[in-house]
Design a protein around this ligand. Structure first.
Ligand SMILES: Cc1ncc(COP(=O)(O)O)c(C=O)c1O
Length: 399
């Protein structure tokens, strides 16, 4: 690559850096702009695009925040390592919920949302020339993060016949030789799949054999249905030696705006993440950490269960309506998404989603935004009230 020292012409004042130019604009940012323009023109757009819970944060979490924010002791720079109470609450939650014992001093620290954590892990561990193994389709930051860090994302197709697992045996040897990180995510965005049997065990073995770090993104562990309870990657024997887990309060506790998450697991990896972050940001607002403590208490379990009943109802409504329209989907057990095949007659997911937006004023996400393997799929988010969700699906059905 041409370096700044060797390039012949200096880029213009507002030209992007090469690393920024190497990634496409974040899909939802562009979509938001278009939806705002339509709404400004008086069009009733229903968005089933972004996965942003429509139900409010549970009241006692809001109350804990209200109290914490009024206390001057919480108004200074937080420590990047996180408050003792927050780390202890994480350890308590992991013990109660997953049966995983964490050392709150070395095996847990806050993150300013899972997105920040995933992105910064790439900078903590990767140099130009390194490889990051990422699911295709997958949350876009798994590819954007490595690209911005100068590393190369190598896509692992999620195979429907393997329960949307990547075939770890099919990873090219050359990629494994350079791989520093493997990102996994179950319950999965965008497919809604839950972790297939044996995948975490195979990932631990791969990480041992090839000296790489597994980063399991557990953003949806609390959103499951049909009696399924999602595990933590750290329950897998040997996982703590080779991996970390990113745990987010965004989706499971209706707290997307709060930016409250954590990294747990391998102490050496967390130490490096901390070292990077101490140069990049100044930690998670203490009041948000104290609200996080309130969220992780046992009395919240009932509210999470009630929220899951809402998602189960919505999932069933949408799957039934799609079946009526001739679109067959397997009802997903986890996350807040329906992953459905693009109907016949459209040669790409983008073309279909464009058609739905223009003709039905409904936003759905093209599967291609999550990777090449998503090209013939679209994603519906269940984070819209039932009546609007049904109205949107009816508009799509009538097209
Ligand atoms: C798989 C996955 N990980 C992480 C995130 C972001 O989580 P947070 O709000 O904690 O940054 C999302 C958001 O959609 C996601 O789908």
């Amino acid at each position: 690559m041409e370096s700044a020292a060797t390039r012949t012409a200096k880029p213009g004042r507002t030209a992007p850096s090469r690393r920024l130019e190497a990634i496409p604009p974040y899909m939802f940012a562009e979509l938001e702009r278009r939806v705002s323009a339509k709404r400004a023109a008086g069009i009733d757009v229903i968005s089933l695009g972004i996965g942003d819970p429509d139900e409010p944060t549970y009241p006692h979490i809001v109350e804990a925040m209200r109290v914490a924010v009024g206390d001057p002791a919480n108004q200074n720079y937080p420590a990047n390592r996180g408050r003792e109470e927050f780390r202890a609450a994480l350890a308590g939650y992991y013990a109660r919920r997953f049966g995983v014992e964490l050392d709150p001093n070395s095996e847990a620290m806050p993150a300013i949302g899972a997105k920040e954590c995933i992105y910064n892990l790439c900078f903590a561990f990767c140099d130009p020339g390194d490889v990051v193994l990422v699911a295709d389709p997958g949350y876009p930051v798994y590819t954007g993060g490595p690209t911005l860090a100068g590393a190369e994302p190598v896509l692992l197709p999620l195979r429907p016949e393997l329960g949307f697992a990547p075939d770890l045996d099919a990873i090219p040897a050359a990629a494994l030789e350079r791989a520093r990180l493997l990102f996994l995510n179950y319950p999965n965005n965008p497919t809604g799949a839950v972790v297939p049997d044996g995948l975490f065990e195979r990932a631990v073995a791969l990480a041992h054999d090839h000296d790489l770090l597994v980063a399991h993104d557990n953003a949806y562990s609390e959103i499951t249905r049909d009696g399924y309870v999602a595990p933590s990657f750290l329950e897998t024997p040997g996982a703590r030696e080779v991996g970390v887990e990113v745990f987010s309060l965004s989706k499971g506790f209706n707290m997307t705006g709060w930016r409250c998450a954590a990294i747990v697991g391998n102490a050496d990896a967390i130490e490096l993440y901390w070292r990077l972050k101490s140069n990049v940001d100044s930690g998670l607002f203490d009041a948000v950490q104290l609200a996080g403590v309130a969220a992780l208490q046992p009395e919240v379990d009932e509210q999470v269960r009630a929220m899951n009943a809402i998602y189960q109802r919505r999932r069933d409504l949408v799957c039934a309506a799609l079946a009526d329209a001739g679109v067959r989907v397997t009802p997903p057990k986890g996350s807040i998404y329906i992953w459905a095949p693009v109907p016949d007659g459209f040669d790409s997911a983008a073309a279909y989603c464009e058609h739905v937006l223009e003709q039905a004023a409904v936003v759905i996400s093209p599967g291609s935004a999550y990777g090449a393997s998503g090209e013939v799929f679209f994603r519906i988010s269940l984070t819209t009230p039932d009546d609007r969700l049904l109205a949107a699906v009816e508009r799509i059905r009538r097209l």
